[in-house]
Design a protein around this ligand. Structure first.
Ligand SMILES: Cc1cc2nc3c(=O)[nH]c(=O)nc-3n(C[C@H](O)[C@H](O)[C@H](O)COP(=O)(O)OP(=O)(O)OC[C@H]3O[C@@H](n4cnc5c(N)ncnc54)[C@H](O)[C@@H]3O)c2cc1C
Length: 375
């Protein structure tokens, strides 16, 4: 057994059997053949139960220079929780307490959305029934609520990370040094999240021949809607069997007037939409953040298309999935690369700069989730 594993075993709960290492060296990035070919099997899986243990763990890491890959529940679809280097250790920060303080959620990283009242969270992933809040804050982006309340980085107001240089707590705009960094700047140990009061949600569908009419209706509803998906007929049929037209709006509203939403309805928005169809049909998939004024161009494109309207840092756009295309059918839009493990291929420029600046200070040698950020 290699020296550092012996050392880790003296202090922490560690698994080194092949079955456990294989199971924890995989995330939902398996859906992309381009991503999964980079996968390496970690040397060990380590469970850490407190910040003190995390700090002690980093001391050993500094002596033995192994690589660290943090993990929540491994539902990231972008290879974020998958080791891509030899000599890697999977770290599970097994910390699961949370409380509501002054109207804000203060949470440990491994709290599962299933343990929280998601109706009080401004944004949460469509994988909420199987994910942790730490994994969402570290590696997620948009989700249910993003149209009204923005992305995950718009709703985290405090974050604490521990790394080999010490512990850092950031507030408000500075949380962007850590959120969506895929764990490349340290192990998140505490999260402050805004809370809201959300009414019950009902879903209504609207059907159109032309995408322009669907867009106009979506813009009419934008201030009242909780979420809006615009789906081509081909995409809509693959999600549910109804009498769809060429372009369809699926709109979630707060209130009582309409079909009450079930979690099955909601899990097919955002990443849940493409994941569901790609998993079923094994087709190619791309995601592009399309400007609202460019959405009309979709009328000329035929195939499985899903537009999830969302806001990030106050800006409205369509997080758009194209399925079954041999290449991205729209040019000059911001690609959100679903086949790259590097966050550079997804994170907005201003936020990426904040993450890179922090990374250079705390982990210049790239030991924490190595390879996932270019800097
Ligand atoms: C069907 C489906 C639907 C999905 N819908 C959405 C969606 O709507 N929006 C969205 O953003 N994502 C979505 N995802 C992706 C993913 O499920 C979410 O981002 C989820 O919140 C990840 O949580 P997790 O606990 O599984 O994290 P993991 O997959 O374990 O980790 C995610 C990333 O965070 C890092 N990480 C985990 N814990 C820590 C920590 N404590 N400190 C530092 N880094 C850490 C990991 O290294 C990894 O890079 C979806 C996935 C599926 C399969």
């Amino acid at each position: 057994m290699v020296d550092y594993i012996k050392e880790l075993k003296k202090r922490f709960k560690v698994a080194t059997d092949l079955e456990t290492r294989e199971r924890y060296s995989k995330d939902y990035g398996f859906i992309s053949p381009k991503l999964s070919k980079f996968r390496k099997i970690a040397d060990a899986v380590v469970w850490l139960y407190s910040e003190e243990e995390i700090k002690e763990f980093f001391k050993i890491q500094q002596d033995y220079h192994f690589y660290i890959v943090e993990r929540g529940n491994g539902t990231n679809t972008l290879g974020g929780a998958m080791p891509i280097k030899e000599k890697s250790v999977i770290v599970i920060p097994e910390m699961k307490k949370f409380e509501v303080l002054n109207g804000k959620l203060i949470s440990d990283p491994s709290v599962e959305f299933n343990d929280l009242d998601v109706s009080s969270l401004p944004v949460y992933p469509t994988s909420f029934n199987m994910a942790t809040i730490g994994g969402f804050v570290a590696g997620g982006s948009l989700g249910i609520g993003s149209l009204k309340y923005g992305a995950v980085w718009d709703n985290v107001n405090m974050i604490k990370v521990v790394n080999q240089k010490g512990e850092y707590t950031f507030y408000d705009n500075d949380v962007k040094k850590v959120v969506q960094s895929a764990g490349t700047v340290g192990i998140i140990t505490k999260i402050g999240f805004r809370l809201i009061k959300r009414d019950k949600i009902v879903v209504k569908n609207y059907k159109f021949k032309k995408v322009g009419d669907a867009i106009n209706k979506a813009l009419d509803l934008i201030d009242e809607a909780e979420f809006i998906s615009i789906r081509s007929k081909e995409m809509a049929y693959n999600i549910s069997n109804e009498n769809w037209d060429n372009w369809n709006l699926i709109v979630g509203f707060p209130g009582e007037d309409g079909k009450p939403v079930t979690s099955a309805d909601i899990i097919t928005t955002f990443a849940g939409a493409y994941f569901t169809v790609v998993n079923k049909k094994k087709v190619s998939y791309y995601s592009v953040d399309v400007k609202i004024e460019d959405l009309e161009k979709l009328d000329k494109i035929k195939g499985m298309i899903d537009c999830e309207l969302a806001r990030s840092q106050g800006k409205l756009f369509s997080h758009t999935y194209f399925l079954g295309f041999s290449e991205i059918p729209l040019q000059n839009e911001k690609v959100f690369n679903l086949h790259s493990y590097k966050i550079n291929d997804r994170v907005e420029e201003d936020r990426l700069k904040k993450i890179i600046d922090f990374k250079k200070v705390v982990d210049p040698e790239d030991y924490i989730n190595p390879g996932k950020i270019e800097y």
